[in-house]
Design a protein. Sequence first.
Length: 338
Amino acid sequence: MASPESRGVAAGRFAPFHRGHQHLIERARGLVGALDVAVVHEPDDVLAPELRTGWIRDAFAEHPQVQVHAVPAGDDPAAAVLARLGVAPDICFTGAGHDGWSAALAERHVEIERLAGIDSEVVRAGALAALDQLPGGTRASVVRRVCVLGAESTGKTTVARDLADALATVWVPEYGRDYTETLPDRLRYVWTTPDFEIISKRQNWNEDRAARYANRVVIVDTDAFATSLFHELYVGYRAPELDAYLRRYDLYLLTSIDTPFQMDVTGLRYDGDTRAYMDATYHRHAEESGAPWAALQGPPQERLRTAGEAVAAMLGRYAGPAALTDLRAPAPVRVAAR
């Protein structure tokens, strides 16, 4: 049995970090007082070391005795790991049957039984098809994100909800609407930039949380760009500080203004020229993003069909090993933004 006062090390590529790796680190950290996890990488690795260290830190954020280090492999990865640690570990931990260089990082070597049903090769061959093997932070990085934008009263929320249902996944409602509905006198309320910062921050937080449970794709009803547009309309000018919350998406779905205008319970919806301006602004934003986008027109079923086809085409580009390209760094979502 290892001593609680001892120092351990677990080294590997963690490309990507999956539940088998998480199991190894979890078992190892319970056997030592401090555990160093070395993420060894080459310059031409597909997955950046910042991504891999971020996934592990996310999984063990509540365990400060687990320290994660990015280590360039160099000519001798074992020597590189030991040099990075600066202190010789008492015990090295590996998966059962591992006979590589990491098994010789310390005089004592402890094998941790492998977690059944987890296969690194399967994950690398198609991460979107192996999401059940990924911890929440890794999963949130891998799933693709679809943003639904549209002027007011264009069925945006209906599309987001129905599309998520059709794809058996999760969707993120528009937080700005919830925020507005809680105002004591919303028709007289004087909006300020901090209001929109709160909305943008919480919208992103909700998205990151939902992505941890998504099935291949998370559907987002409105984004920080839309929030910045509402700032322009409500406050009267553009707020550059809101740019910090802008995100890229894998696909934009734009709900067209070919639906009759209806006022909602907030009493704040824009019609006429402003509605047309919003529609044109969203189209320009989607075109300038460089991401694929689709305009949704016609009755609800036609819009849903077009949206489904656009999502399928987008997911097709990320089939197989391509699922591990263009990944997002994991975002901390344990504490709700306010």
